[in-house]
Design a protein around this ligand. Structure first.
Ligand SMILES: Nc1ncnc2c1ncn2[C@@H]1O[C@H](COP(=O)(O)OP(=O)(O)O)[C@@H](O)[C@H]1O
Ligand SMILES: [Mg+2]
Length: 354
Protein backbone atom coordinates (compact mmCIF):
# COMPACT_ATOMS: atom_id res chain seq x y z
CA UNK A 1 0.00 0.00 0.00
CA UNK A 2 1.08 3.50 -0.64
CA UNK A 3 -0.22 6.73 0.76
CA UNK A 4 0.08 8.97 -2.24
CA UNK A 5 -1.60 12.12 -0.99
CA UNK A 6 -2.86 13.51 2.27
CA UNK A 7 -4.73 16.67 3.07
CA UNK A 8 -5.04 17.81 6.65
CA UNK A 9 -7.59 20.28 7.99
CA UNK A 10 -7.75 21.58 11.57
CA UNK A 11 -5.63 18.86 13.16
CA UNK A 12 -3.44 20.01 16.13
CA UNK A 13 -1.36 23.04 15.18
CA UNK A 14 -1.04 22.11 11.51
CA UNK A 15 -1.98 24.66 8.88
CA UNK A 16 -4.33 23.39 6.15
CA UNK A 17 -2.21 21.46 3.73
CA UNK A 18 -2.19 18.99 0.89
CA UNK A 19 0.90 16.80 0.70
CA UNK A 20 2.17 14.49 -2.01
CA UNK A 21 4.33 11.67 -0.71
CA UNK A 22 6.96 9.45 -2.22
CA UNK A 23 8.40 6.15 -1.02
CA UNK A 24 10.78 7.68 1.50
CA UNK A 25 9.55 10.77 3.30
CA UNK A 26 11.44 12.73 5.91
CA UNK A 27 9.69 15.27 8.10
CA UNK A 28 12.03 17.63 9.90
CA UNK A 29 11.68 20.69 12.07
CA UNK A 30 12.25 22.10 15.55
CA UNK A 31 10.64 20.76 18.69
CA UNK A 32 6.99 21.70 18.81
CA UNK A 33 6.81 22.51 15.10
CA UNK A 34 4.28 19.75 14.30
CA UNK A 35 6.28 16.72 13.06
CA UNK A 36 4.59 14.17 15.31
CA UNK A 37 1.24 15.71 14.38
CA UNK A 38 1.88 14.88 10.72
CA UNK A 39 2.55 11.23 11.64
CA UNK A 40 -0.49 11.31 13.92
CA UNK A 41 -2.63 12.44 10.95
CA UNK A 42 -1.42 9.46 8.88
CA UNK A 43 -2.02 7.11 11.82
CA UNK A 44 -5.51 8.50 12.30
CA UNK A 45 -6.39 7.95 8.68
CA UNK A 46 -5.04 4.41 8.75
CA UNK A 47 -6.52 3.27 12.07
CA UNK A 48 -9.19 5.75 13.05
CA UNK A 49 -7.31 6.73 16.19
CA UNK A 50 -4.27 8.57 17.50
CA UNK A 51 -1.18 6.95 19.02
CA UNK A 52 -0.81 9.83 21.47
CA UNK A 53 -4.21 10.11 23.09
CA UNK A 54 -7.52 8.31 23.42
CA UNK A 55 -9.31 11.64 23.33
CA UNK A 56 -10.20 12.82 19.86
CA UNK A 57 -10.79 16.28 21.28
CA UNK A 58 -7.05 16.66 21.95
CA UNK A 59 -6.29 16.13 18.28
CA UNK A 60 -8.78 18.69 16.97
CA UNK A 61 -7.30 22.17 16.66
CA UNK A 62 -8.10 24.21 19.80
CA UNK A 63 -10.15 26.72 17.85
CA UNK A 64 -12.35 24.28 15.94
CA UNK A 65 -14.91 21.55 16.48
CA UNK A 66 -13.71 18.95 14.01
CA UNK A 67 -10.80 17.86 11.90
CA UNK A 68 -10.84 16.36 8.42
CA UNK A 69 -8.31 14.10 6.77
CA UNK A 70 -8.44 13.00 3.21
CA UNK A 71 -5.98 10.62 1.62
CA UNK A 72 -5.35 8.74 -1.55
CA UNK A 73 -3.99 5.28 -0.79
CA UNK A 74 -3.14 2.87 -3.59
CA UNK A 75 -5.79 4.50 -5.75
CA UNK A 76 -8.51 4.52 -3.06
CA UNK A 77 -9.90 7.72 -1.68
CA UNK A 78 -10.24 7.72 2.11
CA UNK A 79 -11.86 10.51 4.10
CA UNK A 80 -12.27 10.87 7.85
CA UNK A 81 -13.99 13.57 9.83
CA UNK A 82 -13.92 13.61 13.60
CA UNK A 83 -16.05 15.90 15.73
CA UNK A 84 -15.58 17.17 19.26
CA UNK A 85 -18.87 15.46 20.15
CA UNK A 86 -17.11 12.11 19.50
CA UNK A 87 -18.90 11.44 16.23
CA UNK A 88 -16.77 10.13 13.40
CA UNK A 89 -17.45 9.73 9.71
CA UNK A 90 -15.41 7.63 7.35
CA UNK A 91 -15.81 7.49 3.60
CA UNK A 92 -14.00 5.05 1.40
CA UNK A 93 -14.25 5.75 -2.33
CA UNK A 94 -17.21 7.99 -1.61
CA UNK A 95 -19.13 5.29 0.31
CA UNK A 96 -19.85 5.76 3.99
CA UNK A 97 -18.02 3.07 5.99
CA UNK A 98 -20.16 1.17 8.49
CA UNK A 99 -17.30 0.32 10.81
CA UNK A 100 -13.96 1.95 11.59
CA UNK A 101 -12.29 -1.40 10.95
CA UNK A 102 -12.94 -0.96 7.23
CA UNK A 103 -10.12 1.56 7.40
CA UNK A 104 -7.62 -0.91 8.78
CA UNK A 105 -7.49 -3.07 5.69
CA UNK A 106 -6.46 -0.21 3.46
CA UNK A 107 -3.28 0.91 5.14
CA UNK A 108 -1.44 -1.70 7.23
CA UNK A 109 0.73 0.47 9.41
CA UNK A 110 3.63 -0.01 11.80
CA UNK A 111 4.64 2.67 14.24
CA UNK A 112 7.98 3.19 15.95
CA UNK A 113 8.23 6.01 18.49
CA UNK A 114 10.49 6.82 21.46
CA UNK A 115 7.87 4.99 23.59
CA UNK A 116 8.10 1.79 21.55
CA UNK A 117 10.11 0.06 24.29
CA UNK A 118 6.75 -0.54 25.79
CA UNK A 119 6.38 -3.54 23.53
CA UNK A 120 9.17 -5.25 25.49
CA UNK A 121 9.06 -3.59 28.89
CA UNK A 122 5.32 -2.98 29.35
CA UNK A 123 2.38 -5.27 30.04
CA UNK A 124 1.18 -8.11 27.78
CA UNK A 125 -1.53 -6.03 26.08
CA UNK A 126 0.84 -4.37 23.59
CA UNK A 127 2.41 -7.75 22.76
CA UNK A 128 -1.03 -9.27 22.22
CA UNK A 129 -1.89 -6.39 19.92
CA UNK A 130 1.37 -7.01 18.11
CA UNK A 131 0.48 -10.64 17.41
CA UNK A 132 -3.09 -9.74 16.53
CA UNK A 133 -1.95 -7.12 14.00
CA UNK A 134 -0.35 -9.92 12.01
CA UNK A 135 -3.21 -12.36 12.40
CA UNK A 136 -5.79 -9.70 11.51
CA UNK A 137 -4.11 -8.82 8.24
CA UNK A 138 -3.52 -12.42 7.25
CA UNK A 139 -6.65 -14.25 8.31
CA UNK A 140 -10.18 -13.06 7.59
CA UNK A 141 -11.65 -15.07 10.44
CA UNK A 142 -9.57 -13.35 13.14
CA UNK A 143 -11.75 -10.31 13.67
CA UNK A 144 -14.89 -12.34 14.27
CA UNK A 145 -13.17 -14.86 16.53
CA UNK A 146 -11.57 -12.22 18.71
CA UNK A 147 -14.84 -10.26 18.85
CA UNK A 148 -16.65 -13.41 19.99
CA UNK A 149 -14.05 -14.11 22.68
CA UNK A 150 -14.26 -10.56 24.01
CA UNK A 151 -18.06 -10.63 24.08
CA UNK A 152 -18.19 -14.04 25.79
CA UNK A 153 -15.57 -13.08 28.35
CA UNK A 154 -17.45 -9.91 29.20
CA UNK A 155 -20.61 -11.91 29.68
CA UNK A 156 -18.77 -14.53 31.75
CA UNK A 157 -17.25 -11.86 34.00
CA UNK A 158 -20.61 -10.29 34.65
CA UNK A 159 -22.01 -13.74 35.55
CA UNK A 160 -19.09 -14.23 37.94
CA UNK A 161 -19.81 -10.88 39.55
CA UNK A 162 -23.45 -11.95 39.97
CA UNK A 163 -22.17 -15.14 41.64
CA UNK A 164 -23.83 -17.34 39.03
CA UNK A 165 -23.59 -21.10 39.47
CA UNK A 166 -20.94 -23.05 37.56
CA UNK A 167 -23.72 -24.80 35.66
CA UNK A 168 -24.98 -21.51 34.29
CA UNK A 169 -21.50 -20.34 33.36
CA UNK A 170 -20.43 -23.62 31.79
CA UNK A 171 -23.23 -23.30 29.27
CA UNK A 172 -21.44 -20.25 27.79
CA UNK A 173 -17.98 -21.71 28.30
CA UNK A 174 -18.53 -24.20 25.51
CA UNK A 175 -18.79 -21.36 23.00
CA UNK A 176 -15.90 -19.50 24.60
CA UNK A 177 -13.61 -22.51 24.45
CA UNK A 178 -14.54 -23.17 20.83
CA UNK A 179 -13.62 -19.62 19.79
CA UNK A 180 -10.58 -19.41 22.06
CA UNK A 181 -9.02 -22.56 20.65
CA UNK A 182 -9.38 -21.41 17.08
CA UNK A 183 -8.04 -17.95 17.91
CA UNK A 184 -5.12 -19.41 19.79
CA UNK A 185 -4.28 -21.71 16.90
CA UNK A 186 -4.16 -18.75 14.51
CA UNK A 187 -1.91 -16.78 16.86
CA UNK A 188 0.36 -19.76 17.34
CA UNK A 189 0.69 -20.45 13.63
CA UNK A 190 1.41 -16.80 13.03
CA UNK A 191 4.28 -16.63 15.52
CA UNK A 192 5.77 -19.87 14.22
CA UNK A 193 5.87 -18.61 10.65
CA UNK A 194 6.95 -15.10 11.72
CA UNK A 195 9.91 -16.25 13.81
CA UNK A 196 12.33 -17.16 10.98
CA UNK A 197 11.74 -13.74 9.37
CA UNK A 198 12.46 -12.07 12.68
CA UNK A 199 15.63 -14.10 13.25
CA UNK A 200 16.98 -13.00 9.86
CA UNK A 201 16.60 -9.34 10.80
CA UNK A 202 17.99 -9.84 14.32
CA UNK A 203 21.16 -11.29 12.78
CA UNK A 204 21.78 -7.98 11.08
CA UNK A 205 20.50 -5.67 13.84
CA UNK A 206 21.88 -7.45 16.89
CA UNK A 207 24.62 -9.81 15.77
CA UNK A 208 25.67 -12.32 18.41
CA UNK A 209 22.44 -12.02 20.36
CA UNK A 210 20.33 -15.14 20.41
CA UNK A 211 16.78 -14.00 20.95
CA UNK A 212 14.04 -16.55 21.38
CA UNK A 213 10.37 -15.75 21.03
CA UNK A 214 7.66 -17.89 22.58
CA UNK A 215 3.94 -17.56 22.42
CA UNK A 216 1.93 -18.07 25.59
CA UNK A 217 -1.70 -18.68 24.73
CA UNK A 218 -3.14 -17.39 28.00
CA UNK A 219 -3.41 -20.75 29.72
CA UNK A 220 -1.09 -23.68 30.30
CA UNK A 221 -0.80 -25.50 26.98
CA UNK A 222 -0.87 -28.87 28.72
CA UNK A 223 -4.28 -28.11 30.19
CA UNK A 224 -7.62 -28.46 28.52
CA UNK A 225 -9.30 -25.03 28.63
CA UNK A 226 -12.75 -26.41 29.54
CA UNK A 227 -11.34 -28.28 32.51
CA UNK A 228 -9.22 -25.32 33.50
CA UNK A 229 -12.21 -22.97 33.50
CA UNK A 230 -14.02 -25.45 35.75
CA UNK A 231 -11.02 -25.80 38.06
CA UNK A 232 -10.58 -22.03 38.25
CA UNK A 233 -14.25 -21.36 38.88
CA UNK A 234 -14.00 -20.84 42.69
CA UNK A 235 -11.07 -18.46 42.27
CA UNK A 236 -12.65 -16.61 39.34
CA UNK A 237 -15.82 -16.25 41.42
CA UNK A 238 -13.90 -14.61 44.27
CA UNK A 239 -12.01 -12.31 41.92
CA UNK A 240 -15.01 -11.51 39.72
CA UNK A 241 -13.18 -12.13 36.46
CA UNK A 242 -11.78 -14.92 34.30
CA UNK A 243 -8.12 -15.60 35.09
CA UNK A 244 -7.17 -17.81 32.15
CA UNK A 245 -8.02 -17.54 28.49
CA UNK A 246 -7.06 -15.91 25.18
CA UNK A 247 -7.28 -12.44 26.79
CA UNK A 248 -4.16 -13.36 28.79
CA UNK A 249 -2.03 -14.34 25.80
CA UNK A 250 1.51 -12.98 25.68
CA UNK A 251 4.84 -13.25 23.91
CA UNK A 252 7.96 -14.09 25.87
CA UNK A 253 11.18 -12.77 24.42
CA UNK A 254 14.39 -13.98 25.99
CA UNK A 255 18.11 -13.74 25.52
CA UNK A 256 19.22 -17.16 26.69
CA UNK A 257 17.10 -17.67 29.78
CA UNK A 258 16.80 -13.99 30.66
CA UNK A 259 13.84 -11.80 29.60
CA UNK A 260 15.15 -9.32 27.04
CA UNK A 261 14.18 -6.30 29.12
CA UNK A 262 16.63 -7.46 31.81
CA UNK A 263 19.39 -8.36 29.37
CA UNK A 264 19.61 -5.70 26.66
CA UNK A 265 20.59 -2.03 26.74
CA UNK A 266 18.04 0.60 25.76
CA UNK A 267 19.63 1.01 22.35
CA UNK A 268 19.49 -2.75 21.81
CA UNK A 269 15.87 -2.89 22.99
CA UNK A 270 14.99 -0.17 20.53
CA UNK A 271 16.64 -2.12 17.71
CA UNK A 272 14.79 -5.26 18.76
CA UNK A 273 11.48 -3.41 18.64
CA UNK A 274 12.40 -2.14 15.17
CA UNK A 275 13.34 -5.68 14.11
CA UNK A 276 10.00 -7.02 15.37
CA UNK A 277 8.01 -4.36 13.55
CA UNK A 278 9.98 -4.62 10.32
CA UNK A 279 9.69 -8.41 10.38
CA UNK A 280 5.91 -8.10 10.61
CA UNK A 281 5.78 -5.95 7.50
CA UNK A 282 8.13 -8.24 5.57
CA UNK A 283 6.18 -11.31 6.63
CA UNK A 284 2.85 -9.76 5.70
CA UNK A 285 4.10 -8.94 2.26
CA UNK A 286 5.47 -12.42 1.68
CA UNK A 287 2.22 -14.06 2.83
CA UNK A 288 -0.49 -11.91 1.28
CA UNK A 289 1.41 -9.37 -0.78
CA UNK A 290 0.18 -6.41 1.30
CA UNK A 291 2.65 -3.59 1.86
CA UNK A 292 2.96 -1.97 5.24
CA UNK A 293 3.70 1.70 5.77
CA UNK A 294 6.13 2.69 8.51
CA UNK A 295 5.98 5.74 10.72
CA UNK A 296 9.17 6.36 12.68
CA UNK A 297 8.83 9.29 15.04
CA UNK A 298 12.00 10.89 16.32
CA UNK A 299 14.23 8.45 14.49
CA UNK A 300 17.39 9.53 16.30
CA UNK A 301 16.18 8.76 19.80
CA UNK A 302 18.39 6.03 21.35
CA UNK A 303 20.13 5.31 18.03
CA UNK A 304 23.63 6.40 17.09
CA UNK A 305 24.65 7.16 13.52
CA UNK A 306 25.65 3.62 12.66
CA UNK A 307 22.41 2.17 14.07
CA UNK A 308 20.38 4.75 12.17
CA UNK A 309 22.14 3.64 9.02
CA UNK A 310 21.32 -0.03 9.61
CA UNK A 311 17.71 0.79 10.42
CA UNK A 312 17.11 3.00 7.40
CA UNK A 313 18.79 0.51 5.05
CA UNK A 314 16.62 -2.32 6.41
CA UNK A 315 13.45 -0.24 6.17
CA UNK A 316 14.21 0.85 2.61
CA UNK A 317 15.04 -2.75 1.72
CA UNK A 318 11.48 -3.82 2.59
CA UNK A 319 10.22 -1.69 -0.30
CA UNK A 320 7.66 -0.19 2.06
CA UNK A 321 6.70 3.45 2.24
CA UNK A 322 8.45 5.28 5.06
CA UNK A 323 7.71 8.41 7.04
CA UNK A 324 10.58 9.43 9.30
CA UNK A 325 10.69 12.41 11.60
CA UNK A 326 13.87 14.08 12.81
CA UNK A 327 14.70 17.44 14.34
CA UNK A 328 17.61 18.27 12.08
CA UNK A 329 17.82 16.98 8.54
CA UNK A 330 21.59 16.75 8.90
CA UNK A 331 20.95 13.77 11.22
CA UNK A 332 19.68 11.79 8.31
CA UNK A 333 20.91 13.34 5.11
CA UNK A 334 23.88 11.04 4.79
CA UNK A 335 21.87 7.89 5.41
CA UNK A 336 19.17 8.82 2.91
CA UNK A 337 21.34 10.43 0.21
CA UNK A 338 21.46 7.26 -1.86
CA UNK A 339 17.66 6.97 -1.99
CA UNK A 340 15.09 9.16 -3.62
CA UNK A 341 13.82 11.09 -0.62
CA UNK A 342 11.08 13.67 -0.22
CA UNK A 343 11.89 16.16 2.52
CA UNK A 344 9.22 18.15 4.37
CA UNK A 345 10.15 21.05 6.59
CA UNK A 346 7.68 21.86 9.38
CA UNK A 347 7.77 25.30 10.95
CA UNK A 348 5.08 26.47 13.39
CA UNK A 349 2.62 24.02 11.85
CA UNK A 350 3.32 25.04 8.25
CA UNK A 351 4.64 22.19 6.11
CA UNK A 352 6.79 22.93 3.09
CA UNK A 353 8.16 20.47 0.59
CA UNK A 354 11.92 21.00 0.11
N1 LIG B 1 -5.32 20.54 19.70
C1 LIG B 1 -4.32 21.37 19.40
N2 LIG B 1 -4.54 22.53 18.71
C2 LIG B 1 -3.53 23.35 18.39
N3 LIG B 1 -2.24 23.13 18.71
C3 LIG B 1 -1.95 22.01 19.40
C4 LIG B 1 -2.96 21.07 19.77
N4 LIG B 1 -2.38 20.05 20.45
C5 LIG B 1 -1.07 20.33 20.48
N5 LIG B 1 -0.80 21.50 19.86
C6 LIG B 1 0.52 22.14 19.63
O1 LIG B 1 1.06 21.55 18.45
C7 LIG B 1 2.46 21.72 18.45
C8 LIG B 1 3.09 20.59 17.67
O2 LIG B 1 3.29 19.43 18.45
P1 LIG B 1 4.09 18.17 17.89
O3 LIG B 1 3.47 17.68 16.65
O4 LIG B 1 4.16 17.25 19.04
O5 LIG B 1 5.53 18.79 17.55
P2 LIG B 1 6.92 18.06 17.24
O6 LIG B 1 6.66 16.61 17.04
O7 LIG B 1 7.43 18.74 16.01
O8 LIG B 1 7.79 18.33 18.43
C9 LIG B 1 2.87 21.87 19.87
O9 LIG B 1 3.47 23.13 20.01
C10 LIG B 1 1.56 21.83 20.67
O10 LIG B 1 1.54 22.79 21.68
MG1 LIG C 1 7.47 15.05 18.20
Amino acid sequence: MLLEQLSIHRLRNLAETKLTFSQLNVIYGDNGSGKTSVLEAIHYLALGRSFRTHLASRVINYEHDDFILWGKASGHSIGLQRFRSGEVQVKIDGEKAKKLTELLEHLPLQLITPDSFNLLTGGPKTRREFVDWGVFHIDDSFYQLWGNCKRLLKQRNSLLKRKASYKEISYWDRELVHNAQQLSELRNQYINSFNPVLQGIIERFLPDTEISINYYQGWDNKSDLTQLLEKNYPRDLTLGYTTAGPHKADLKLRWGKVPVNDALSRGQLKLLVCALRIAQGVHLQSLVNKKTIYLVDDLSSELDEQKRQILIAELVETGAQLFLSVIDKQQIIQQTSQYHTQMFHVEHGVIKQD
